[in-house]
Design a protein around this ligand. Structure first.
Ligand SMILES: NC(=O)c1ccc[n+]([C@@H]2O[C@H](COP(=O)([O-])OP(=O)(O)OC[C@H]3O[C@@H](n4cnc5c(N)ncnc54)[C@H](O)[C@@H]3O)[C@@H](O)[C@H]2O)c1
Ligand SMILES: NC(=O)c1ccc[n+]([C@@H]2O[C@H](COP(=O)([O-])OP(=O)(O)OC[C@H]3O[C@@H](n4cnc5c(N)ncnc54)[C@H](O)[C@@H]3O)[C@@H](O)[C@H]2O)c1
Lengths: 205, 205
């Protein structure tokens, strides 16, 4: 099992080598990878060696080897299918953000309760009635749900996603959701990002 | 200087004791605080003692003492004023999210370039023309900026915020911004949250 810190570093290494491969770079030293991702060369070597990407002393690591090793680890060998519940301001921003797609995450269905939104396709994503979650998610093999509804609605849509077989929930609503132990929950709280920025400005960080 | 991990824990302790104080609880043990925040009691004790919140063995910590100590550290003794650039889908979701306000962050101005948005007030926040950033931010004492514009516009709005005296930028656009060394930059990349969730589902985390 990896720590969350390790996973974040591996994601950054992966994205870095992915760009380098596109630019035609076949080899990278731990110093260069460290500099591009903001970690120390020692940390980079420790992480890569631990996960089986062996480097050549004095030369570095083959970018395609690093990519292969990390691809498996990060589950990138297959597309990850996502359902979005709540197609409001935040939901629309999530639907239109090109990065998810670029990193292998595909929002394949939206769910809402507003009649003006249901039955339409936004950026190629069909919006279903929220009552259809349990029918549509298994059909489309959705394994992760984005909860972007108002706080009072979040628990019930999360329950519906779980009944539909979803294994992971990314929650944006400002409430503590309760999920069964086999379901993974990640909360996004942008005010925490503001707090960290504020601490940096205060000089504490 | 604190590590980012420590700052995140302190933020969670602060929010926890804030709720307890509202509920009238005057004392909390490290076990209870650990359980409510998801850390270990040993970590809680180490963090609080290090920062001057002394506990009574066998009894715990006075919630108001913990709040005072952390309040200073986290810069919460004063409101933190924020400007939002880009009042699109993401920008509107940020404007309407009640939590920022609750944690002492006040979005006091919005900036956009679309004529249909400029000159209006949304949820009590006036939307200025983006060309007014350098005039308005110092006047309103804005110290942090939220960059929620399309990727190709992000560097130039960030430059304008910096010329206006902003010390911290929270960037949502999928580009690497370049800022001078006295300015703090925090990037929000929700696809990283999806990656972490995916790793949890894969069982790696
Ligand atoms: N995590 C953060 O930092 C952060 C930032 C901004 C917003 N938010 C939160 O994200 C959520 C959405 O914000 P928003 O600005 O997009 O709100 P919004 O009101 O624009 O959108 C909410 C959408 O959910 C739909 N909806 C409501 N109840 C539903 C239900 N039971 N089933 C399906 N759909 C339902 C609405 O019809 C609407 O389309 C809110 O909880 C908000 O507080 C979080
Ligand atoms: N960080 C993440 O995970 C994440 C998630 C969703 C969206 N995003 C990003 O956030 C940004 C905004 O997304 P959105 O869906 O709200 O887009 P949007 O198109 O709905 O909104 C962009 C807004 O910026 C304004 N704008 C454009 N150029 C400007 C300029 N030079 N000065 C001032 N305002 C300007 C537009 O008029 C519009 O109101 C995009 O870069 C998007 O990729 C990031």
């Amino acid at each position: 099992k990896l720590s969350i810190g390790t996973v974040e570093r591996l994601i950054h290494y992966y994205r870095c080598v992915e760009e380098l491969i596109i630019e035609g770079q076949t080899c990278i030293s731990s110093e260069e990878l460290a500099e591009k991702t903001g970690y120390t060369p020692a940390q980079v070597r420790k992480d890569l060696t631990w996960h089986g990407a062996l480097g050549v002393p004095g030369k570095g690591y083959a970018t395609d080897v690093v990519q292969q090793v990390l691809r498996k680890l990060l589950g990138k060998h297959r597309p990850r299918l996502v359902g979005l519940v709540g197609v409001g301001h935040l939901g629309l921003a999530l639907l239109r953000h090109p990065d998810f797609h670029k990193h292998g995450f595909h929002i394949v269905a939206g769910f809402d309760k507003e009649l003006t939104k249901i039955g339409h396709s936004i950026d190629g994503v069909y919006i279903y009635d929220v009552s259809q979650i349990e029918k549509v998610c298994p059909l489309l093999k959705i394994e992760m749900g984005l909860v972007a509804v108002p706080p009072l609605e979040a628990q019930k849509v999360s329950d519906a996603l779980i009944r539909a077989g979803v294994l992971g929930i990314l929650n944006f609503a400002a409430v503590r959701l309760s999920v069964p132990s086999h379901v993974h929950l990640e909360n996004v709280d942008l005010s925490i990002e503001l707090e960290k920025l504020s601490c940096r400005i205060e000089g504490w960080l």
